[in-house]
Design a protein around this ligand. Structure first.
Ligand code: IPM
Ligand code: SF4
Length: 752
């Protein structure tokens, strides 16, 4: 097929289409699948129940990150009881260990030197490469787009689909380009760049789009900095973010354990060089940003769009012209315990968190350590402040220790921890207490994100380090800022050592795909959606994130049921006392609601947790009406036979008024129409394929598997064109598997 001028996104998309359906959805091949313990247990159980296997264990890599304690680990044991004290966290880690064994997957367990946050280990190993499609049951999969990959988060049902078929059904997004041109001012970091961008385009600005970041500022960023930018594309509401690969990308990847080698490397690089947007390629949306407008930034509210310069003040909601934004700002300030007009630099902090998949890489730790160094040999973390540094992976930790960064932090009174998600999400022991304020390098300042009632300010590692020393939000430029020295890549630790010197991982003991079919998969699910009648509950919150729909403590389950008690938990209960707060869904008649009408845009933004859909369903909600949705949430609803309907803000407001009046609604999917009382019906449209699935009940894995010949044909082409993408199971001459199989106790293993 010949194409006109294409964007980078168009090129990667077109290169991965296995088949296109008449109704506009495409089946896209997945080159890389990353798996972690939170979003995968139900997916593996689904495979088991249907007697399915993992199609490409060689293209799948698993690790534990969210639940793992970051206190020092007892190196002598692989016994999970000794490593993870919390029984629920341990159960999730144990489930993953069993699943990687049963299904023959490569796994970096808690005692593996390559363990770490899933979005840090992929790039670190060269598992992430330019031109690939990459998915993970995690919203920050957008990180991998920094390599010129199409990388996005998916829900657990889709994880199951990818495990079984190595493909995913997708609708093509719009093309958006954000050009950042000029020279960054001194003391401005990539985190400031992305916070500034989100401040400009808003948390829903990227809805329905894949963003390509370009311009001189982006070109001049290191790979680590590019990853921080792409990581937060999801916070701008985008499906994915990407940056065209260039010499910086190739230099980062060269000699990574799983990157192509020798003549395959040269072949790969010449293909990767073609991965740029053509000169005349058309973008649906284009945004231009001047580097000189970007200053060190911090957030003041509970959405990543609530950004101000560190030298600025807490804004006054009364000055906001949009009424929904004003309401959101008032609510944020109350939650954050802030008074309009307060200079940001006067805001005291209790905690400092340096880490996460946004800023837990070596360059981030160097940048924070630079500030501590610049503060002088006697500088200490301010009295009463708890500051922790959590490397994003065990290899980052090792590299930082080799450079003496740990000593700099420890001497100043920072805690130096083991790798994991830590206080970014607080699914482990690292939690922010109610009412406490944290300067954080993570990506989400949602209510309750780091701990129920905790207050988060997002910023760069340099600014977080400055806040730790000052005891209040602080401008890092005051610390006689010295830019970090030229990047010393992780590849400095010889690649062979990284592989051979590792602790045994579970996958060493098993042969691939040992699972036996246990049942004949049923093709038609019993659940269908045709006509829904009942009460609708109005909700007036913009950017209602999935952390709000269901907070982190409910993600520790390994089943899909029983989550109604966690639904909107922090909106329904006081963070300090646990007392009921009279939330709309607890008031008759809304305690029997089957529909939610949101007047706010971007409903279900943020995390990919399918638990949000499961908890709504468990409560009895089957339909959500909103001006726009977080895309992963929308897909998760559809996967659970729930109907997300997108209408204009005015229509949503009209429906919300009727919902407030307690009028009964009828949603008719066949007629695509909402009626209530005498009011004239409101029409809506749904994607024809999804509509068919909802009307008739559908097992899309079974349907995709009927296309298995097309998938196999694609794989054949893939091996011919991009042989470096095949892993151990398809150990061709050029594949990565051939090179990274190692002998362990006399056996050849799946070890990478
Ligand atoms: C647990 C996981 C599903 C979730 C995500 O998708 O983002 C988490 O990583 C988060 O940051 O909230
Ligand atoms: S955003 Fe936080 S919780 Fe989610 S993957 Fe990244 S570090 Fe982990």
């Amino acid at each position: 097929m010949s194409h006109g001028p294409q964007t980078l996104y168009d090129k990667i998309w077109n290169d991965h289409v296995v088949s296109t359906q008449e109704n506009g959805l495409s089946l896209i091949y997945v080159d890389r699948h990353l798996v972690h313990e939170v979003s995968s247990p139900q997916a593996f159980d689904g495979l088991r129940a249907a007697g399915r296997t993992v199609r490409r264990p060689d293209c799948t890599l698993a690790t534990v990150d969210h639940n793992v304690p970051t206190a020092p680990r007892n190196k002598g044991t692989t016994d999970l009881r000794a490593l993870v004290a919390d029984p629920e966290s341990r159960a999730q880690c144990a489930a993953l260990e069993k699943n990687v064994k049963d299904f023959g997957l490569s796994y970096f367990g808690l005692q593996d030197k390559r363990q770490g946050i899933v979005h840090i280990i992929g790039p670190e190993q060269g598992f992430t490469l330019p031109g690939i499609t990459c998915v993970c049951g995690d919203s920050h999969t957008s990180t991998h787009g920094a390599f010129g990959a199409l990388a996005f988060g998916i829900g657990t049902s889709e994880v199951e689909h990818v495990l079984a078929t190595q493909t995913i059904l997708q609708k093509k997004s719009k093309n958006m380009r954000i050009n950042v041109d000029g020279d960054l001012l001194e003391g401005v970091h990539s985190k400031d760049v992305i916070l500034h961008i989100i401040g400009v385009i808003s948390a829903s600005g990227g809805n329905g789009c894949v963003i390509e970041y370009s311009g001189s500022v982006i070109r001049n960023l290191s790979m680590e900095a590019r990853m921080s930018v792409c990581n937060m594309s999801i916070e701008a509401g985008a499906r994915a973010g990407m940056i065209a690969p260039d010499e910086v990308t190739f230099a980062y990847l060269k000699n990574r354990p799983l990157a192509p080698q020798d003549e395959t490397w040269d072949r790969a690089v010449s293909y990767w060089r073609t991965l740029t947007s053509d000169k005349d390629a058309a973008f649906d949306i284009e945004v231009n940003i001047q580097a000189s407008d970007i200053v060190p930034s911090v957030t003041w509210g509970t959405s990543p769009q609530d950004v101000v310069p560190i030298t600025g003040k807490v804004p006054d909601p009364a000055t906001f012209t949009n009424p929904d934004r004003r309401k959101a700002a008032e609510r944020s300030l109350e939650y954050m315990g802030l008074v309009p007009g307060t200079p940001m630099e006067e805001i005291k902090v209790d905690n400092v968190f340096i880490g996460s998949c946004t800023n837990g890489r070596i360059e981030d730790l160097r940048s924070a350590a630079n500030i501590v160094r610049a503060a002088g040999p006697d500088a200490r973390v301010a009295a009463g402040v708890r500051a922790m540094v959590v490397p994003g992976s065990s290899l980052v930790k090792r590299q930082a220790e080799a450079e003496g960064l740990d000593a700099i932090f420890r001497r100043a009174g920072f805690e130096w921890r083991e790798a994991g998600c830590s206080m970014c999400i607080g699914m482990n022991d690292d939690q922010l207490s109610a009412g406490k304020r944290c300067a954080s390098t993570s990506n989400r300042n949602f209510e309750g994100r780091q701990g129920a009632g905790g207050r988060t300010h997002l910023m760069s590692p340099a600014m977080a380090a400055a806040a730790a020393i000052r005891g209040s939000l602080a401008d890092a430029r005051q610390f006689q800022y010295k830019p970090s020295e030229s990047t010393v890549e992780l590849a400095e630790i010889p690649a062979e050592q990284v592989v051979a010197d590792s602790y045994p991982s579970v996958a060493e003991e098993v042969a691939p795909s040992t699972v036996q079919p246990s049942a004949t998969p049923s093709e038609a699910l019993s659940k269908v959606f045709r006509v829904l009648r009942g009460i609708a509950a109005p909700i007036f919150i913009e950017n209602l994130d999935t952390d709000k729909i269901i907070p982190k403590q409910y993600l520790k389950t390994t089943v899909r049921t029983g989550l109604a008690s966690g639904l909107f938990y922090n909106l329904r209960h006081d963070a300090n006392t646990g007392a009921a707060l009279d939330f709309i869904l607890d008031r008759p008649p809304y305690n029997k609601a089957v529909i939610i009408v949101s007047t706010g845009k971007n409903f279900g933004c943020g995390s990919s947790r399918e638990h949000a859909a499961w908890s709504l369903e468990d409560f009895g909600i089957r339909c959500i009406i909103a001006p726009s949705f977080g895309e992963i949430f929308r897909n998760n609803c559809l996967q659970n036979c729930m109907l997300p309907i997108e209408l204009s803000v005015d229509e949503c407001r009209e429906l919300a008024r009727d919902a407030e009046a307690g009028v009964e609604f009828m949603v008719d999917l066949e007629r695509e129409e909402i009626t209530r009382g005498e009011a004239s019906p409101i029409r809506f449209t749904t994607d024809p394929f999804r509509r068919e699935c909802l009307l008739n009940g559908f097992d899309d894995i079974a349907a995709t598997l009927r296309d298995v010949d097309a998938i196999a044909a694609f794989e054949e082409r893939r091996t011919a064109m991009w042989p470096w993408l095949d892993g151990a199971a398809a150990a061709g001459e050029h594949s990565m598997g051939n090179r990274f199989r190692v002998k362990s106790q006399g056996k050849e293993t799946m070890e990478w």
